[in-house]
Design a protein. Structure first.
Length: 102
């Protein structure tokens, strides 16, 4: 997807099932991150279907601030702690800057 000339990867998730608890984070497989970089994606967007929240982070944040995750039965992943995401929460009615600020 592209918005305002910025390439975005969007993933719909159920936060109760997909969000890591320790540390609180969202993770993507290392292979997926490589594919996104090759496709020149600039922003990762996670849409929580259960809460309505949308979290956004620059793809480069996974390399710069991500944590390697190795869990049994899953491919190697990189987790980006929730504190590193911009959160848009429609229940709070706040206005957020466009992703182009990155």
């Amino acid at each position: 997807m592209e918005r305002g000339g910025v390439r975005i990867f969007r993933k719909d998730v159920d936060s109760r099932r997909h969000r890591l608890h320790s540390p609180p984070a969202y993770a993507l497989e290392e292979a997926t991150l490589s594919e996104l970089a090759a496709a020149r994606v600039e922003v990762v967007e996670v849409a929580e279907t259960d809460t309505g929240r949308v979290l956004r982070a620059p793809l480069r944040s996974f390399a710069e601030q991500g944590l390697p995750v190795r869990r049994g039965g899953f491919e190697p992943q990189v987790a980006l702690p929730l504190a590193r995401w911009q959160v848009e929460d429609p229940s709070q009615g706040a206005l957020f800057a466009e992703v182009s600020r990155w």
